[in-house]
Design a protein around this ligand. Sequence first.
Ligand SMILES: [Zn+2]
Length: 419
Amino acid sequence: MVSMFAAKVLFSVLIVLSVAGIGERITTQTSNRQRIVIAADTLFDGKGQVLRNTRIVVEGSKIVAVDPKAGPVDYDLRGLTTMPGWIDAHVHITWIFGKDGKNGGAGSTPDEVAQQHANNARVTLLAGFTTVQSVGSPADLLLRDKINRGEIIGPRILTSAQPLFGQGEQTGTPDQIREYVRAQKEAGADLIKIFAAGGPTRSAPILSQPQLDAACDEAGKLGLRTLVHAYGPAVRMAIAAGCSQIEHGVGATDDDLKLMASKGISLDPQAGLVWENYLLNKQKFVGTPNYPATLEAFASMEKLIPLYHQFFEQVLKIPGLKILFGTDALAGSHGRNAEEFIDRVRDCGVDPMTAMVSANSLNAAALKLDDQIGSIAPGRQADIIALDGDPLKDITAVRRVVFVMKGGVVYKNGPPAAK
Ligand SMILES: [Zn+2]
């Protein structure tokens, strides 16, 4: 049954599409072979190159050509900066504030929760994120499937389903952990998320090496990637276990980072959005599980921000290390994922094009989807966004996403923001 909310979402999509003059497309998207030509004068290819004065030809859900002579033009994006849709390698798309105003709070009906999930998906897509990797809730599965069925709009979602939380011996024997990993695969997980440590101030490992080895090995046998939340010594353990990607990583040594680079393990560090969001919404997080019990205690969180900046500066110096773009977007920051770009460039000295590429081809490769997304080339999904402004000159342009196409369907085609 299509809920009222889904109907409303579809209605709003129709409005977007009719503004663009292609009101029919939403109803024909499954069978469409329509040809769409997009003109761009500044086009980032997702791999670090800038193409000038060209046109992208889209047929159905895919890019079929990049040809400056193609026409007639359906969407004129000249004056904007056009690039592949962004990929966020670390979100929690179904984390919400409850009706009680609290993080993960109670009081909402299942329908209300579903509406909030759908809204998170919608605002994330409209902010330019056409693919996200969601790492921490089985609720993601339903949301992913609803989006794939076209019932609601949102980014392409990859999910870990239920993560494996290390609890020392209580986590289970290596065999039990293997069974747990298989159960996630059976539930529909696209990857496995493992918590191997607490946080930056609680970095002691919460899984033994044999437990971590079992989780990563079993996932590998099933063809699933492993994302390990790790700090301090747990980083080295995750490397030894052969995981695919390490989340956060603060406290890792230069030697750990060099070893990651040599083994091709990606690192997904954060430059600020996650902490800024906790501070912005501290009334909603205070006293909820895993968060400080008093507002005063949030002041200590503020001190962690420079620690993350320093770590970012440390990782930038490691040659060959794959530094992904993952925001840890959760309740309060859905749709504001792009703030992380600004934090990286402004506070950590990341080169703006490097920041853009991290959310395009680098993340696509880490997700093993580089033959489908993350770059502008024939055969790739037509995931195309445009910003009002040039992020290479002014990184805050990432806040001004005025055009969003995912899989050949236009979801946003707004006027440039007032200057
Ligand atoms: Zn997270």
